[in-house]
Design a protein around this ligand. Structure first.
Ligand code: MSP
Length: 504
């Protein structure tokens, strides 16, 4: 089955921060997991480069929009690399083939009769590049997201007949309760539609930094229309000479945060219907990373620099922390203290020490060879159907829930060592029991390493290598399936103590 997962394409008016890393990491976990299942995967991320916010930021910095876009797009590309993202393509909306394809699609919408000329007046937020309805405004006519005071603006431009999709969108939401997840966001989008849809301006007159409207080059295509279509255009040119849309359209899941729910859950399906394209299967809205109760965002200045965290602790640690600390789909607070605690107790102790102790015991008691043993019943039962459970969670985009399933087994293996005390079995010369315990531990670690590989790609690969078990397909993640007789190798410290981290 083809699996197509996307992140939002990020604005290049500012540098990347941890919030962007969060979505990219979650998408990467899904992509890696699906590859483990043998699915054909396409994972897309990239940058959204046109529009007023970028033009304004460039002007403030005294550079051209193009220069600013080039510079910051590269930073987002570096971020994707730094977090270990295995995206199959990185789209920039300034790519010429994207621009051409957007023009083609907008022309198609025009030809299908969904565009007309009109004028618009409303509360405009230049940071969102969007008009706000009166009910959305924060106190003092402010943008509810950026808290800047808004002005009323009036423009002559081309309109998209969003209102023509009132019925089809209501039907869509009625028939596909899974279209938007979690449920609260589905309800929110549905309520928004049921309030009655208003037409949307499809172009901007005051702006030159954008894709020209094909039949009226005095205007540029509204940046959100340009941006949303990236999910489609990318497939048409990511592999020269190949139309990947045949394989990967429609998308399996768009990951977004709630700030852009309306665009994805309402405007996007309407645009696709207007262009005669199939709708995505699901839009999953995760929560905000909060610091001190506020959404982390560049404009509020409360950001953690992901590059710094990765430099010090490695990308696995960052991936793990974000997906472990915050329930996927809900807002959650993060902090440097919380990070260090999880790093020390869970990664360094629960997984790192378990791995090094287990391997050391196999070396000491069994000359480094995994003994043949049978897994004890208690362990077998706790690991039963684990790969299926993890897969089911990730099919539901429960990225933190799947990790929780995995981590419960890591904790369980730690308890198992404490309960069975292999060092005492060795002292007593109880060889049969010792073989069983060591085999169970090694194989439990192997299973956990496979299942955790999408979250902790580097550490899992090192651990699997140390266990002489490099096959990491999901089908291998069955306790008791690992071969005996393999020679283990020292794994060192998977998660070394870092100066600045509290001792645990
Ligand atoms: N360019 C638009 C998206 C166009 S998609 C066709 C945009 N860009 S953005 O740079 O503002 O990125 C917004 C996205 O970044 C959010 O939807 C979310 O995925 C991620 N996040 C940004 N800040 C975040 C948090 N504080 N917490 C969680 N996610 C965050 O909107």
């Amino acid at each position: 089955m083809a699996y197509y997962v996307t992140t939002p394409i990020y604005y290049v008016n500012a540098e990347p921060h941890l919030g962007h890393a969060y979505t990219t990491i979650a998408a990467d976990v899904l992509a890696r997991h699906m590859r483990q299942r043998g699915e054909e995967v396409f994972f897309l991320t990239g940058t959204d480069e046109h529009g007023e916010p970028v033009a304004q930021a460039a002007e403030r910095q005294g550079v051209s929009p193009r220069e600013l876009a080039d510079r910051n797009s590269e930073r987002f590309r570096e971020l994707a690399r730094a977090v270990g993202a295995t995206n199959d393509f990185f789209i920039r909306t300034t790519d010429a083939p994207h621009e051409h394809k957007v023009q083609e699609l907008v022309q198609r919408i025009y030809d299908n009769g969904y565009v007309y000329r009109g004028s618009y007046e409303g509360w405009y937020c230049p940071r969102c590049a969007d008009f706000k309805t009166a009910s959305e405004l924060a106190e003092g006519n402010r943008c509810p997201i950026h808290l800047v005071e808004l002005e009323r603006e009036r423009e002559e431009n081309w309109f998209f007949r969003l209102s023509a999709f009132q019925e089809p969108l209501e039907k869509l939401f009625r028939e596909r309760p899974d279209f938007v997840k979690p449920e609260a966001k589905y309800n929110e989008a549905r309520a928004f539609i049921e309030q009655g849809l208003q037409d949307l301006s499809l172009s901007r007159a005051r702006l030159t930094w954008g894709v020209p409207v094909p039949w009226d080059p005095t205007q540029v295509i509204y940046v959100w229309v340009d941006a949303l279509f990236n999910y489609y255009t990318a497939l048409t040119y990511a592999r020269p000479g190949e139309d990947l849309a045949r394989t990967f359209w429609p998308p399996t899941v768009h990951l977004i945060a709630k700030d852009i729910l309306k665009f994805h859950a309402v405007i996007w399906p309407a645009l696709l219907l207007a262009a005669g394209l199939e709708l995505p299967r699901r839009i999953f809205t995760h929560g905000y990373l909060l610091m001190d109760e506020h959404k982390m965002s560049k404009s509020l200045g409360n950001v953690i620099d992901p590059f710094q965290v990765i430099d010090t602790f490695g990308s696995d640690a960052l991936r793990f922390y974000l997906l472990r600390e915050v329930t996927f789909g809900q807002d959650g607070s993060i902090s440097p203290e919380g990070f260090e605690t999880r790093y020390t107790t869970e990664l360094a102790n629960e997984l790192g020490n378990l791995a090094s102790r287990t391997i050391a015991m196999v070396e000491r008691y069994r000359a480094g060879r995994v003994p043949a043993g049978s897994v004890e019943r208690g362990l077998t039962e706790s690991f039963a159907n684990l790969p299926e459970t993890v897969a089911r969670r990730l099919d539901d985009i429960d990225v933190s829930g799947a990790l929780d399933e995995i981590w419960r087994r890591v904790k369980l293996l730690n308890r198992y060592v404490q309960d069975r005390r292999p060092w005492e079995l060795a002292k007593q010369g109880n060889d049969g029991a010792l073989d069983d315990v060591l085999y169970g531990l090694v194989d439990g670690l192997r299973v956990v390493a496979i299942l955790a590989a999408p979250y902790l790609p580097d550490a899992s690969a090192r651990l699997l290598r140390a266990l002489a078990s490099e096959n990491d397909g999901l089908a291998e993640a069955k306790l008791g399936a690992g071969a005996a007789g393999r020679s283990v190798a020292s794994v060192g410290q998977l998660f070394p103590r870092v100066a600045g981290a509290p001792a645990g």
